[in-house]
Design a protein around this ligand. Structure first.
Ligand code: A2P
Length: 350
């Protein structure tokens, strides 16, 4: 069987990479439709060697579509994906719109592929920072059991879209030119909030909106998505999770400092390295003698999750620190979405 595929948000930072990842995937593609808003209707983009014209999205855009890959923002997904499902399509959605709905699987294919079997037309792609963290922790959980996770993130500008990368570059240029950076700050820390601050030569401890609890919504997502993916219950108590999310002046690829405790008190750092090295999609980069450790500039463009600096907490047996880096636009978004679609095809679920 060959599939008619629509990419919703095709002109965005993630959407453009979805086109590329689909072109490189094992999915038998019959036709591709590129969808965005009226603003970019008419734009020409390439899928393999075909030149395609971007169309404005309407409910009728999904007539005859088998598979939708979407990354155009939560409100756009809420509006159009039910229309696509009504017309018989299966949707893999990269936004947070449906992630916490009980009947929507939240899937990292290497971690919980079985959840795909229970879909009702929509599969949610987790948040970028959650994906790379569970990629690093799942092999550890399977072998040694996980009790607690304490994560601090170092997140790239591109998580807020293509325009946030431009904003970072403009601020950096202003700084070098001796100008005030504030004038270039329009989006970060988050479009939806009142104040905007420069990211260049700075750190912003706010990703998404701040909630009354004191946590940012990004931190909330990391806590509850991790539980839903690993334990199939967003409020599960079996693993304790807490997070601090920080935006750093890096264009692409997130870093994470992850502190975790395991049930098996005899586990060594070498044991942890061994299970990570064997896990599909993970690459161990941990050779301190040669100063080898994961870095965003090396992870950019790769589908893999890179893990290094694995070391025990000497004062707390069964506890470890590690450093995790992945391309937030690929494994954190476009690739994980297309990979979910590959699994749906392989598992005969479309
Ligand atoms: P457009 O280019 O027409 O604005 P990013 O996350 O990089 O900012 O990209 C957002 C993507 O979502 C873009 O492809 C954008 O298209 C698309 N988009 C934004 N609003 C809508 C909408 N109302 N309907 C369809 N696509 C939308």
């Amino acid at each position: 069987k060959e599939y008619n595929v629509a990419i919703l948000g095709a002109t965005g930072a993630v959407g453009r990479r979805m086109i590329d990842q689909l072109a490189k995937s094992t999915i038998p593609v019959k036709n591709v439709k590129l969808l965005a808003s009226y603003r970019s209707a008419g734009t020409k983009l390439k899928f393999r060697d075909q030149e395609l014209t971007v169309e404005e999205t309407t409910p009728e855009s999904f007539d005859g579509i088998d598979l939708v890959l979407s990354s155009a923002g939560g409100s756009v997904s809420k509006k159009f994906l039910p229309e696509a499902v009504k017309r018989g399509a299966v949707c893999v959605d990269n936004t947070s719109a449906f992630r916490m709905e009980p009947d929507v699987p939240l899937v990292v294919p290497e971690v919980n592929p079985e959840a795909l079997k229970h879909h009702h037309g929509i599969i949610a792609n987790p948040n970028c920072s959650t994906i790379q963290m569970v990629m690093a922790l799942e092999p550890i959980r399977r072998k040694f059991g996980l009790k607690q996770i304490i994560v601090s993130t170092y997140q790239a500008a591109s998580g807020a879209g293509q325009s946030a990368i431009e904003e970072l570059k403009n601020e950096a240029q202003d700084y070098l030119d001796g100008k005030d950076m504030q004038e270039a700050a329009h989006i970060l820390p988050t479009k939806g909030d009142k104040k905007h601050y420069p990211l260049a030569f700075n750190l912003l401890p706010q990703i998404d909106v701040l909630e009354d609890s004191g946590y940012s919504h990004e931190e909330w997502k990391m806590i509850h998505e991790t539980k839903k993916i690993m334990l199939n219950d967003m409020n599960a108590k079996d693993i304790k999770v807490t997070a601090t999310c920080v935006r750093v002046p890096v264009p692409i690829a997130h870093g994470e400092s992850v502190y975790f405790t395991v049930e098996d008190k005899n586990a060594t750092a070498q044991d942890i390295m061994d299970v990570i090295a064997k896990f599909p999609g993970d690459v161990l980069q941990d050779d301190i003698k040669h100063q080898i450790y994961p870095q965003p500039i090396n992870a950019e463009g790769s589908r893999d999750t890179f893990v290094g600096r694995i070391r025990p907490d000497y004062e707390n047996p069964g506890a470890f620190n590690m450093w995790v880096v992945a391309d937030n636009l690929l494994k954190g978004a476009a690739w994980n979405t297309v990979e979910n679609a590959e699994y749906l095809v392989k598992m005969n679920l479309i």
